[in-house]
Design a protein around this ligand. Structure first.
Ligand code: MG
Length: 299
């Protein structure tokens, strides 16, 4: 089940779902479902995140809601028609934590040692950019790179998780592109300065287009992952090559930092990172999760 957030041509924020190969207005389906159940509740803009916080974001629940409404009154008038603007599937994460050097060949391409324990850093939520948004490159910041990554969205409050508990706190998965101001990052690293700025410029974290419930992904450690720039393949790997798997990542992070619903965890990028420039079309693809498409412009 693919869920997404969007704004209609009339400017109304909505949630969409891909069902039976068509896109449907899930906000309306949910409203009708609630009316059938005589428990009216108007979803708001952050509906997907609210579903996660209420622990009812799952392939099973969404399918049941759609099929009950389908049986009750049909779905034909709930197909999404016309132009839509994709919004962020998660609008208000409390935090975004990202793995550094979690694919051996990526560590090697920058002559780094392969880490023996997880290394992670934070990106600021203000860097988020939706599907089809434009990455804005300030002038004079030097090289800026793409980094396609599998992103995990947290579904339950979690602290000091054991690895065997970790998969149960995941709400879903999406695609992230950890855009990195590489020249700034190298300068910061050489001086022992933090990465906050080089990783968190505005628009430097495209995510989306879909949020896929965790129960719809059989094995997140066996997904083809790829990125193209102007249709030329730059990164091509598989999530099975992560050095630290998702349970180890969540166990390590939650040992020190409490994870809460809506938090986004980027699991690291494979080899092949490289520069982007104004005019480029960047497409990040993960098997079963769709294609995250973004444009690049100078500002
Ligand atoms: Mg990265």
């Amino acid at each position: 089940m693919r869920t997404f957030a969007f704004t209609t041509s009339r400017g109304e924020p909505r949630i969409g779902v891909v069902y039976d190969k068509r896109r449907f207005d899930f906000t309306r389906i949910w409203q009708i479902f609630k009316e059938i159940k005589s428990s009216p509740r108007t979803p708001d803009y952050h509906f997907l995140q609210i579903m996660i916080e209420m622990e009812n974001f799952s392939d099973k629940v969404i399918t049941e809601v759609i099929e009950e409404v389908k049986d009750f009154r049909g779905l034909d008038d709930l197909v999404i028609r016309g132009e839509i603007t994709y919004d962020l599937p998660i609008q208000r994460p409390s935090k975004i934590l990202c793995m550094a050097r979690n694919y051996r060949k990526h560590a090697e391409e920058f002559d780094h040692d392969v880490p023996t324990k997880p290394i992670f850093f934070a990106k600021l939520p203000s860097a988020l950019l939706p599907h089809e948004g434009t990455i804005q490159l300030p002038s004079d910041i030097g090289r800026v790179d793409h980094e396609v990554e599998l992103a995990v969205v947290i579904g339950k409050t979690a602290s000091r998780l054991r690895p065997d508990e970790a998969m149960d706190v995941i709400a879903g998965y999406t695609i992230a592109n950890d855009i990195s101001a590489r020249t700034m990052q190298k300068e910061a690293s050489s001086k022992g300065e933090p990465w906050t700025l080089c990783k968190s410029l505005n628009t430097f974290l495209p995510i989306g287009p879909y949020l896929i419930p965790s129960d719809a992904v059989d094995d997140p450690h066996a997904l083809a992952i790829e990125l193209t720039v102007n249709d030329e393949t730059k990164q091509k790997s598989n999530t099975k090559y992560m050095i630290f798997n998702i349970p180890d990542i969540l166990s390590h992070m939650s040992h020190y930092i409490t994870l809460v619903p809506g938090d986004i965890i980027c699991t690291g990028t494979p080899e092949g990172v490289g520069p982007i420039k104004a005019g480029d079309l960047i497409q990040a693809k993960i098997e079963g999760l769709g294609v995250l498409r973004n444009y690049v412009a100078a500002m």
